[in-house]
Design a protein around this ligand. Structure first.
Ligand SMILES: Nc1ncnc2c1ncn2[C@@H]1O[C@H](COP(=O)(O)OP(=O)(O)OP(=O)(O)O)[C@@H](O)[C@H]1O
Ligand SMILES: O=P(O)(O)OC[C@H]1O[C@H](OP(=O)(O)OP(=O)(O)O)[C@H](O)[C@@H]1O
Ligand SMILES: O=C(O)c1cccnc1
Length: 507
């Protein structure tokens, strides 16, 4: 995916501090110490009730192609400290030259609905390697999940209508545009106007024509006729260059000529003015002329709120072109995903010899030291442990997600389990052993090798819709959505509470 677009090593696509920390681990001979990191976010975007996980295909591509090239290392050698001396020893450059990833990665498949505080990706392996993956993984998952979620919200609003992504011209650069087109299709768009995305990612492409086409002719009728002559099997006419309803009448004229030739007028497009009023009037004109099957496309700074309003006003639009506000995630331009250390393999003497600022060591099992980041804000306190997400369901759909520690809870769940709300410990739910469930994180990389075939993009897109169908409508509404229950397994909750108290009491 990323390597389809960038014919270069992407191992330097990271923050410098990842490389300086890697150097630190190498110098202190702790680079091989086994660690577990979780990638998760704390709040659903757009004040919504859900998020669509997206970006894993690119993460896997990144991991498969990981490696410092000679050119990468030549660049790193040029970096200097403030004494003017090289930042890194030559031996470290040799170490990086030979570095092969040996991590294990578990991840929630793309297209799954996910919720705050659930690990979307869990990386386990030598701490130096886990650290180097932090920034690229966040970069890849944060943006794609954000855009896929935006597109899913648009899909919820347009229901069965056609949804076109028109964003490339307003996207955040080349990668913003390419990545957004992929994620928007996964989230629920039917096609993109971005031809390179169509080619590289197998996304259907589509579109209409611009005002310039109309403006380049002596009059609108000639412009429409000429367009219909050249592309008779794909005619959508933009009718608002001068007077919109007059434009519709010209389009009907062109449509009649098309019908005589055995073709049809696919649609007209409205790109300005009162889209509800104009679409209703345009529909009347089209229907009266026998063009009941001709669609009406609308575009012009649309988003899910405007589309919902237009539909509520009875607009006769059945094809929606959405650009800027989709691909830039206009009302929330970033998903705040984070990547936190959750466990470190214990040294034989029972002590961890890696000193991680602001994090606490608490021996948990014989072999792991669990790690936690404290914060004044409860929501920012990380959850320790080697986590898995168990999604319980019933005949109506998803019921709740329970985060559990794989080291302390038997994954087979032969007994009932209790889940506790992390922000209100009095809220508990009990799940009997027979309650159906699915563990969401699946192995995708073992010892640095991919063990998971990403489904094709169309299957991922379908997964989004199946997943959303399993969510309670209250979770999907835009205004004050119901909070989908996500809790901690009782044992993990108790461990976390104990650690917080211990720290707060300064013991
Ligand atoms: N009936 C409607 N209800 C709610 N919003 C609408 C309606 N009709 C259009 N809009 C939206 O209102 C905004 C109108 O913006 P603006 O005033 O720039 O449009 P315009 O009249 O088409 O001007 P321009 O010709 O510069 O595009 C757009 O986001 C458009 O999608
Ligand atoms: O509005 P968006 O959701 O971003 O959709 C893409 C917009 O791009 C085109 O406009 P153009 O670049 O010609 O600019 P204008 O219509 O805003 O003048 C098109 O006519 C849409 O209005
Ligand atoms: O095909 C279209 O109508 C289109 C494409 C890009 C941006 N706006 C509209």
């Amino acid at each position: 995916m990323t390597n389809k677009l960038y014919d270069t090593s992407l191992s330097l696509l990271t923050d410098l501090y990842q490389v300086t920390m890697a150097y630190g681990y190498w110098k202190t001979k702790t680079s091989e110490k086994e660690a577990v990191f979780n990638l998760y976010f704390r709040k659903n975007p757009f004040n919504g009730g859900f998020t669509i996980a997206c970006g894993l295909a690119n993460v896997l591509g990144y991991i498969e192609n990981f490696g410092f090239s000679k050119k990468d290392l030549r660049y790193l050698r040029t970096l200097k400290g403030n004494d003017g001396k090289p930042m890194f020893e030559p031996e470290f450059m040799d170490y990086l030259a030979d570095l092969k990833l040996t991590c294990d990665v578990e991840a929630i498949p793309e297209g799954t609905v996910v919720f705050p505080n659930e690990p979307l990706i869990r990386v386990r392996g030598p701490i130096l390697q886990c650290q180097l993956l932090e920034t690229p993984l966040l970069n890849l998952v944060n943006f794609e999940s954000l855009i896929a979620t935006k597109a899913a919200r648009l899909r919820l609003v347009v229901e069965q209508d056609t949804l076109l992504e028109f964003g490339l011209r307003r996207a955040q650069g080349i990668d913003g545009g390419m990545t957004a087109s992929r994620a928007a299709y996964i989230g629920g768009c039917d096609a993109t106007s971005n031809v390179l995305a169509g080619k590289l990612y197998d996304i259907p492409v589509g579109g209409t024509h611009a005002h310039s086409w109309v403006m380049s002719f002596a009059d609108e009728q000639q412009a429409f006729d000429a367009y219909a002559d050249v592309l008779p099997n794909n005619v959508t006419l933009l009718v608002d260059t001068y007077d919109t309803l007059q434009g519709v009448r010209y389009a009907i004229e062109t449509g009649r000529k098309l019908v005589e030739r055995g073709y049809k007028l696919a649609a007209i497009r409205l790109d300005s003015g009162d889209l509800a009023y104009l679409s209703i009037e345009a529909r009347k004109l089209l229907d009266a002329a026998g063009f009941e099957d001709t669609g009406i496309v609308a575009s012009n700074d649309l988003d899910e709120t405007i589309i919902a309003s237009l539909r509520q006003q009875g607009a006769k639009i059945n094809i929606w072109g959405v650009g800027t506000k989709l691909v830039t995630a206009y009302d929330q331009p970033a998903l705040g995903g984070v990547y936190k250390l959750a466990a470190l393999r214990q040294e034989p003497d029972g002590q961890s010899n890696v000193n991680v600022t602001e994090e606490v060591d608490v021996p948990r099992t014989n072999s792991w030291v669990y790690k936690m980041k404290l914060s004044e804000q409860a929501i920012k306190i990380s959850t320790p442990g080697i986590q898995q997400v168990r999604r319980f369901r019933d005949e109506r759909g998803f019921v709740a997600d329970m985060i559990y520690d794989t080291e302390s809870m038997d994954g087979s769940a032969s007994e009932s389990t209790t889940m506790i709300d992390p922000l209100d410990f009095t809220k508990r739910r009990r799940f009997e052993a027979e309650q159906p469930y699915e563990d969401l994180l699946v192995p995708v990389v073992k010892s640095g090798k991919r063990v998971y075939d990403s489904p094709d993009i169309h299957a991922v897109r379908e997964r989004v819709q199946t997943q959303l169908a399993n969510l309670h409508p209250g979770v999907k509404r835009f205004v004050n959505p119901h909070t989908y229950p996500v809790g901690l397994e009782k044992g993990l909750h108790e461990l976390k509470t104990k650690l917080i108290l211990k720290l707060r009491e300064g013991k």
